[in-house]
Write a protein that binds this ligand. Structure first.
Ligand code: FPP
Length: 221
């Protein structure tokens, strides 16, 4: 969800209002995804590197996350499973508790899964999975010979969710920035200059149309 800061700067507004507009766009895009029948959707909200931002911006984001998540089941989270990707421990206790409760309370929903990557990094995800496997192995619950790609995938924050089919990046940047490194092995990429707060159903449909025209061979012919 890139481009919130530039969206605000273009209007002479503080960056936090760009993030606020970004949260509004997120709410609408989730509704569009549901209408379009998308079963799994992941949003990159805060990376393991984003803690390096000025403390005022980080604090404003923490407040925005809390406000957004407090309301989520009243709109976009309704009847959707919500999963957070990333280590929750560095977040303020109130936010952390809200995240855990949302995961628990939405666990029974199966029609759509919304994954919110918060304090997420693709490398951290892989290290997390490696640690879980090492622990299981040390406890004698798995033998190293039995570890294959499927077992490894299951240990990632994304668990049993399928690999990413399409990665959409807004704001003209063309890089992965430590997002879903393992899960994007055969993902298609779609880049748009649109800044995230301006991203809407029309933009989403353009991305999906581009995806539908791709020929995916997964290394075959
Ligand atoms: C990147 O744009 C955006 C972020 C680091 C924050 C994204 C968060 C939201 C949209 C709020 C959503 C809320 C929840 C609960 C998931 P940027 O700041 O890097 O933009 P710039 O590159 O233009 O400066």
């Amino acid at each position: 969800m890139d481009g919130n800061g530039r969206w605000a700067a273009k209007r002479g507004l503080p960056r936090n209002l760009g993030h606020k507009a970004g949260a509004e766009a997120l709410r609408k895009v989730v509704d569009s995804c549901r209408r379009l029948g998308i079963q799994y959707v992941t949003f990159y909200a805060f990376s393991t590197e984003n803690w390096k931002r000025p403390v005022e911006e980080v604090n404003a984001l923490m407040k925005l996350f809390k406000d957004y998540l407090d309301e989520v089941d009243r709109f976009s989270g309704k009847k959707s499973r919500i999963i957070f990707l990333g280590d929750k421990s560095p977040f303020p206790a109130e936010l952390r508790d809200r995240m855990t409760a949302l995961e628990k309370d939405s666990a029974q929903y199966t029609s759509m899964t919304i994954m919110l990557a918060m304090n997420y990094g693709g490398r951290d995800d892989i290290v997390y999975a490696a640690k879980r496997l090492a622990r299981l192995s040390a406890e004698g619950d798995i033998s190293p010979e039995d570890i294959d790609e499927k077992t490894f995938s299951g240990m990632l924050y994304t668990g049993s969710a399928p690999d990413a089919d399409l990665i959409v990046r807004s704001s003209g940047e063309q890089r992965l920035s430590n997002f879903l490194l393992w899960q994007s092995a055969y993902a298609e990429f779609y880049f748009t200059d649109t800044l995230w707060p301006d991203f809407d159903e029309k933009e989403l449909k353009k991305a999906l149309e581009s995806f539908a025209a791709r020929s995916r061979r997964f290394g075959g012919v």
